[in-house]
Design a protein around this ligand. Structure first.
Ligand SMILES: NC(=O)c1ccc[n+]([C@@H]2O[C@H](COP(=O)([O-])OP(=O)(O)OC[C@H]3O[C@@H](n4cnc5c(N)ncnc54)[C@H](O)[C@@H]3O)[C@@H](O)[C@H]2O)c1
Ligand SMILES: O=C(O)C[C@H](O)C(=O)O
Length: 383
C-alpha cells in the first residue's frame, strides 16, 4: 500500500507534506524549474509557465540575468511564486523539490549550422545540469507494507524506499544526443528512471499541425499529426498518413509537407539571419509539453504527447512517439513517438500505428543517423 509520496525527504523544506494546503487543495502544489531561463526560449517559457495554474512555484535559473527576468515575471498576478537563481552556486536551490525541470540552456544555431554542430558546447552544459538534477531533485517515496502475522498477533513493518527524479524536459540541442547524455548521467548517479526523461519534440508536432492545416484547408485547432523519430532533419518523421481531419493530399503535397516539417527549424534560423533559432514557437511548444507532464503527475486521464524517450518500439534505444498514461514498465522505449503521461511520467509508449510506404522508407532512412547521435551522446557522457 502506497501511503505517501515525498520528495527530498530528509533535506527539502519544500517536501509535499510540508507544502501549504497539499492535503486539502484539489490542485496539488507543483514546482517547475527552468534552466536557461534568461535566454531566447527561457524568457517566454517562464512567462507561459507563470500563466499555468498548475504551477505553484516557478524557479528560474541561468548563469546570468535571472534576477531581472524573475522580478519581471514575478509581478504577474497568477498563482505561482517566482524565484530567480543566478550562477552555479544557486543551482541547487533552484532544483530542490522540483517536480518538472525544463532545460532550454545552451547555444542556438546560426545559418549553415546543423544541430549536431552545437554538440561540443551544449553536451557539456547539459551534462553539468543533469549532474545537478541527479544531486538535488530526486523524489523519495516510501511504501510501507503492513504484514499482520495473526498466529502470534504480532505486527511487522517492511519499509521500501524508492528513488525517483523530477520529470526532465530536455529542449537543448542536439536533442537526439542530449537525452542519451542525460540518461547516462542519471545512470551513473543511480537515479535513472526512463519514465522521467523526455526529449521535447513538441515543436515538430506544432509545425506539422500548422503546415498540414494550411495545405489541407482544415481548422488548425482540430488537427492532430503524430511526429516520430528524433529531432533533427530526416530523423523528424511526421506521420501525415495518420493526420486528422483526413484530407485528400497528393504524394507530392505529402512529400513537401514532410520536408517543410523536417526543415522547420532551419527555416527559422535562416529567417533570423544569425540572431538565433526558434524561441517563441519553442516556448509555446515547451509550455504545452510541461503542462502535459503536470497534468499526468496530477492524475489526469489520457494525457498523450509525442516525446523522444527510451524505447523498444524500434531497435533504437531512444525514439520519439506518443506516450500514454498507464503503469506499464518502460524498459523498452527508444525512438520519438507518442507517449502517455501519468503520475510516474511516461506510463506507456504507444506504437507507431500503420505507416504508409513513404513513411516506412523514411523510418528506415532515419535510423543510422539517429543511432549515431545516440551513440555520440552515450560516449561523451561516459568519457
Ligand atoms: N527542442 C527543440 O525543439 C528546440 C527548439 C528551439 C531551440 N532549441 C535549443 O534550445 C537551446 C536554447 O536556445 P535559445 O534560443 O534559448 O538560446 P539562447 O542563447 O537565447 O539562450 C540560452 C540560455 O542558456 C543559458 N545558459 C548557458 N549555459 C548555461 C548553463 N550552464 N546553465 C544554465 N543556463 C545556461 C544562457 O545564459 C542563455 O540565457 C539551443 O540549444 C537550441 O538549439 C531546441
Ligand atoms: O532548428 C534549431 O536549431 C532549433 C530547433 O531545434 C528547432 O527545431 O527550431
Amino acid at each position: 500500500m502506497m501511503l505517501r509520496s515525498i520528495k527530498s525527504l530528509a533535506t527539502s523544506p519544500s517536501s509535499h507534506i510540508l507544502r501549504r494546503g497539499y492535503a486539502s487543495e484539489a490542485v496539488p502544489d507543483r514546482k517547475v524549474a527552468v534552466l536557461g531561463a534568461a535566454g531566447g526560449i527561457g524568457q517566454p517559457l517562464a512567462l507561459l509557465m507563470k500563466l499555468n495554474p498548475l504551477v505553484s512555484s516557478l524557479a528560474l535559473y541561468d548563469i546570468a540575468n535571472t534576477p531581472g527576468v524573475a522580478a519581471d515575471v514575478g509581478h504577474i498576478n497568477t498563482r505561482s511564486e517566482v524565484s530567480g537563481y543566478s550562477g552555479e552556486a544557486e543551482l541547487g536551490k533552484a532544483l530542490e523539490g522540483a517536480d518538472v525541470v525544463i532545460i532550454p540552456a545552451g547555444v542556438p544555431r546560426k545559418p549553415g549550422m546543423t544541430r549536431d554542430d552545437l554538440f561540443n558546447i551544449n553536451a557539456g552544459i547539459v551534462k553539468g545540469l543533469c549532474q545537478a538534477i541527479a544531486k538535488y531533485c530526486p523524489h523519495v517515496s516510501i511504501e510501507i507494507l503492513l504484514k499482520q502475522v495473526c498466529l502470534y498477533a504480532t505486527v511487522k513493518f517492511d519499509g521500501l524506499v524508492k528513488l525517483y527524479l523530477a520529470l526532465v524536459n530536455m529542449i537543448s540541442n542536439p536533442v537526439n544526443s542530449t537525452v542519451p547524455i542525460a540518461a547516462e548521467v542519471f545512470k551513473k548517479a543511480g537515479t535513472y528512471d526512463p519514465k522521467r526523461l523526455f526529449g521535447v519534440t513538441t515543436l515538430d508536432v506544432v509545425r506539422a499541425k500548422t503546415f498540414y492545416a494550411g495545405k489541407a484547408k482544415v481548422p488548425v485547432a482540430e488537427v492532430n499529426v503524430p511526429v516520430v523519430g528524433g529531432h533533427a532533419g530526416i530523423t523528424i518523421l511526421p506521420l501525415f498518413s495518420q493526420a486528422t481531419p483526413k484530407a485528400n493530399l497528393s504524394d507530392a503535397e505529402i512529400t513537401a509537407l514532410t520536408k517543410r516539417t523536417q526543415d522547420g527549424g532551419t527555416e527559422v534560423v535562416e529567417a533570423k539571419a544569425g540572431k538565433g533559432s526558434a524561441t517563441l514557437s519553442m516556448a509555446y511548444a515547451g509550455a504545452i509539453f510541461a503542462d502535459a507532464c503536470l497534468k499526468g503527475l496530477n492524475g489526469a486521464p489520457d494525457v498523450v504527447e509525442c516525446s523522444y524517450v527510451q524505447s523498444t518500439i524500434t531497435e533504437l534505444p531512444f525514439f520519439a512517439s506518443k506516450v500514454l498514461r498507464c503503469f506499464a514498465p518502460l524498459s523498452d522505449v527508444a525512438l520519438w513517438y507518442p507517449v502517455r503521461l501519468g503520475k510516474n511520467g511516461v506510463e506507456e509508449v504507444l506504437g507507431l500505428g500503420p505507416l504508409s510506404d513513404y513513411e516506412k522508407e523514411g523510418l528506415e532512412k532515419l535510423k543510422p543517423e539517429l543511432q549515431s547521435s545516440i551513440e555520440k551522446g552515450i560516449k561523451f557522457a561516459n568519457q
